[in-house]
Structure formats: structure tokens, C-alpha cells
Ligand binder design. Structure first.
Ligand SMILES: C[S@@+](CC[C@H](N)C(=O)[O-])C[C@H]1O[C@@H](n2cnc3c(N)ncnc32)[C@H](O)[C@@H]1O
Length: 296
């Protein structure tokens, strides 16, 4: 499996070509999530910047989630996972870092946008990508049941109605007495995080109403506290190394790349807004894992 830095360096090559082509770079200013904003993930250059900025931190977070899952599962030799809003399937990369090659993985990634830079499957893992709206897909009974359902930074994009629909459809798909696990990575800014938790709480409550049991507290989540939050990822997990070239380009080179900057028509702080620090610390790690069992 490719290292995350080699993966990012390949994306960086393509991104440099675009950023240094002399085109206007205004669309890059919208790769943010504050105040309810959502980047236009269908745009290849937006995908590049998104991955350069977040994939390093998110793969670390997903690795932590899958490590916790592994501790709950104890020596499983087979695992099936549905990733809902999988993007370029970076959570699959994390899954392979945690579950050894001897574990047969069946991974189904679903995303309404057909992302570039999707990761390839490892050895004998069965990796399927489905370009579809997950709610449509499940309503058409077009997915198979799996052990795990992960929302990798995607729960925010599902409405209450969609979450209800997903629960109803999954409840008829999941076999009795077989434990299933739901993993959610939450956004880190307090207001956004509360919105995400209100959605995971809704999912938890709906599953209980549909006859499932769970001992998990839908209000609690795992994260790094205090000084730990600001620790560099590579200091916490030595399998990660600082993405030097990505940081150098996004912070120092990108702001000067827009050759169309014009004081009379461009926003004053325009160049400033093109300076993006990739997330390098543990601050983004906020996740929940719920285990459900359907009573017979
Ligand atoms: C913040 S991105 C996360 C992408 C990826 N999981 C990652 O970690 O980089 C959220 C993703 O959810 C996808 N998404 C939103 N609504 C969806 C739906 N109804 N069905 C499938 N995917 C959806 C979006 O297209 C987007 O790719």
C-alpha cells in the first residue's frame, strides 16, 4: 500500500501544474467548512487542495478509529465495511494500516461524487467503489449488509430525513443478534461538532426505536485533550512523517501563484486566503463508535 506522503506528493504534482498555470485561483478560497460552507467536491482542483490539506490528519484519525474498532472485535479474520461518503477512500488506507493482510477485508465505498485519486485495493482485499447517493442506493436495496458502517467526515452532509431512511433500511438488512458497528468522525469546531453529534444521536435513538440495543453513550466521543491536541501527528504515531513538500507549497508558494491578482477587483485579503496550512496536529481527531445488536 502506498505511503500517505507518496500519495500526497503525487496529488501535489498535479496541483502544482494547475496552480502555476496562470489560471485564476478564486475557487480555492472556498475549500472550507466554517459557517455551513461545503467545498465543491466535484471540481478536481478542489479535491486536490482538500486532500493536500486534510488527508494527512484524517488518515491518522481514521487509523485511531479502526484501532479502537479492532480492540472491540478481537482477532477477526474477516471484516466487511461500508464507507458512506468515502471520497477517495482514504479511510480504506487507514483500515489497511490496522488490520493485517491476513484479515480478509471487503470494503464498499459509496460516494455521490466520483472522486479522483481513489486508493487501490491491497492484495486479496475486495474493494468496490459505488458512485451513487447512499440514500437512493439503500432505498433500492442495492447494498449488501456489512459488519461496519463508517461516516468518514460525512455525517454532516446527511439530513435528519436521510438518517431516518438509512436506519429504517439498514434495520431490515442487518441480521438478528449480529453486532454491527457505526463509526463517525466528527468535525472539530465546537458549533459544527454539536450539529454532527445531534445527527449521530438521532441515528442512535432511531436504531433503538427500531429494536436494536446499544450500551454506548451517544453524547460521548474520543478526542485528544489539552496539550495532546496540539501534538504533531508524527510524534504520536511514528508511522507518519511530516509532509514537507505539501506544507512548503501550500504555505509559501501557493499565495503567490495567482497572477491575476488585481487590487481594484480582488478582495484585499485574497492572497492571504490562498495560504492554507495542512492539518498536522491531533486537533481534528473527534470520533464516536456505536455498537448495535438487533434483538430477535
Ligand atoms: C467531507 S467529504 C469526506 C470525504 C472522505 N470521506 C474523506 O475523508 O476525505 C464528505 C463526502 O460525503 C459525500 N456525500 C455527501 N452526501 C452523500 C450521499 N447522500 N451519498 C453518498 N455520498 C455523499 C460527499 O460527496 C463527500 O465526498
Amino acid at each position: 500500500m502506498i505511503s500517505i506522503n507518496d500519495y500526497l506528493d503525487k496529488i501535489l504534482e498535479d496541483f502544482k501544474e494547475y496552480a502555476q498555470s496562470g489560471e485564476k485561483l478564486c475557487k480555492l478560497k472556498d475549500v472550507r467548512f466554517d459557517a455551513g460552507r461545503l467545498p465543491d467536491y466535484s471540481d478536481k482542483n478542489v479535491q486536490q487542495l482538500y486532500l493536500l490539506r486534510y488527508a494527512y490528519a484524517y488518515t491518522f484519525e481514521y487509523k485511531r478509529m479502526y484501532q479502537d474498532l479492532m480492540a472491540l472485535l478481537k482477532n477477526k479474520s474477516q471484516l466487511s465495511v461500508t464507507s458512506i461518503g468515502c471520497g477517495s477512500m482514504i479511510d480504506y488506507w487507514s483500515l489497511t494500516r490496522v488490520f493485517p493482510k491476513s484479515c480478509d477485508i471487503c470494503y464498499i465505498g459509496v460516494d455521490v461524487i466520483d472522486w479522483n485519486y481513489k486508493l487501490n485495493g491491497r492484495g486479496k482485499d475486495k474493494v468496490t467503489y459505488i458512485n451513487a447517493d447512499f440514500v437512493d442506493l439503500i432505498s433500492r436495496h442495492a447494498i449488501i449488509p456489512t459488519d461496519v458502517y463508517i461516516f468518514p467526515k460525512s455525517i454532516s452532509e446527511f439530513s435528519a430525513t436521510a438518517i431516518f431512511r438509512i436506519c429504517v433500511e439498514l434495520s431490515s438488512l442487518i441480521p438478528d443478534r449480529k453486532p454491527v458497528y457505526f463509526l463517525f468522525s466528527l468535525r472539530s469546531k465546537s458549533a459544527s461538532q454539536q450539529i454532527d453529534i445531534s445527527k449521530t444521536k438521532l441515528l442512535h435513538k432511531t436504531m433503538l426505536n427500531l429494536g436494536f440495543t446499544s450500551n454506548d453513550d451517544p453524547e460521548s466521543f474520543s478526542n485528544f485533550e489539552g496539550e495532546e491536541k496540539d501534538k504533531k501527528i508524527y510524534k504520536v504515531d511514528s508511522s507518519f512523517s511530516h509532509p514537507t513538500d505539501v506544507v512548503e507549497f501550500l504555505v509559501n508558494t501557493l499565495p503567490a501563484c495567482c497572477t491575476h491578482y488585481d487590487e481594484s477587483s480582488c478582495d484585499n485579503s485574497c492572497k492571504q486566503k490562498l495560504r492554507w496550512w495542512p492539518i498536522l496536529s491531533c486537533s481534528q481527531v473527534n470520533y464516536q463508535i456505536f455498537k448495535f445488536v438487533k434483538e430477535a
